[in-house]
Write a protein that binds this ligand. Sequence first.
Ligand code: 5AD
Ligand code: SF4
Length: 439
Amino acid sequence: MTQSRKLFIKTYGCQMNVYDSERMAEALGGNGYDEVGSPEEADMILLNTCHIRERAAEKIYSELGRYKELKQAKPDLKIGVAGCVAQAEGAEIMRRQPMVDLVVGPQSYHRLPEMEARAGGREKVIDTDFPEEDKFAHLAARPKAKRGPTAFLTVQEGCDKFCAFCVVPYTRGAEVSRPAERILTEARDLVDRGVRELTLLGQNVNAYHGQGPDGRDWTLARLIRRLAEIDGLARIRFTTSHPNDMSDDLIAAHGDCDKLMPYLHLPVQSGSDRILKRMNRSHTRDSYLRLIERIRDARPDILLSGDFIVGFPEETDNDFRDTLRLIEEVGYGQAYSFKYSTRPGTPAAERAQVEEAVKDARLQELQALITRQQRAAQDAMVGREVGVLVERPGRMPGQVTGKSDHLHAVHMTADLNPGALVRVRIESSGTNSLAGVLV
Ligand code: 5AD
Ligand code: SF4
């Protein structure tokens, strides 16, 4: 019998990390751990870190500093660091924070239960390998617990694109696609447990090329079409995509696969060809715009989302204006924007940097434009009838809230359980959500 112990996981960064944390919690369940909501109660603290933002490692070191007293009060407390900072920093983490017992990179999570058993006391355990095997296949099977109506499912990891600003190819490694059969099995299991909407995850998800049951490589579109055959699964989404991997069959799927939702996150990063080239994006402003046109031909009401970087090295005011013009031309329903910040080891880190004040001003201007577009896209839903998947009770008594097909938050007065898929007529548009009535 393993004794019951308590695990606290703090997750930073992207949805892939959220998924990874779920899987790690389940795997450590096999070592006798149950998840708890605060570090004070925990017998083990695991930070699942992200390296994409500025000063990521420094933030983790200061977070770890906060656990010093906990560790002093409870010497058996195990502290682990996972995720992309673990991959990037490796043993350096233990040199700087000797109270850390375990460091595990994203490709080694299936080894975590065995590492946990060894770690503690004087035993420090590090694994930042890139092993060949599919870690998800080796993580312990989930208990048959009920799930909420939405879930993430990682289908692909890593990236071979090497954008000049990005650490992902270094921290997550080369691109690997999971075999289709494993994904289908996991999807069926999730649906059996109450999931109605799946978001397929990958750093470069539309480059998916996993082995199909027929022995051939499947595209993401093929995988989506097969997933769409699962009874009880109502909605499919995927993120994040690269423009160059937006294949014809995936575009077509947006037009003819009912379960594939009309929302696409397709980062362009910049609207200037000069900067795109220096970013090593291998697409142009024009090829991106033509691609958007084709996607909209297939699915006219699709809501587009993007990522933008301002102040990339050598970005002039003209380059920045090109980005604003591109945003005007596309019309985004949602976007994420960032000031460029250096990542040691990436090519752009070595180049002449744009002044901070200039970056600030550009970010503000870009975000104001995006906010206007976002609001316009949301307001345009008023009067329309949309599908809504109910996720939880709303803020007001008698209300429920969920997401529309276009991923807008929608609330309504109705007596419905999470998982209900309903048609709703939108009546008004607020700051961050829509209000509607059941039809
Ligand atoms: N600086 C600023 N933003 C970055 N991103 C990735 N690396 C950097 C960086 N060094 C942004 C990109 C990417 C998103 C996930 O994070 O826009 O699409
Ligand atoms: Fe990073 Fe995305 Fe570029 Fe890959 S495609 S290097 S994950 S920004």
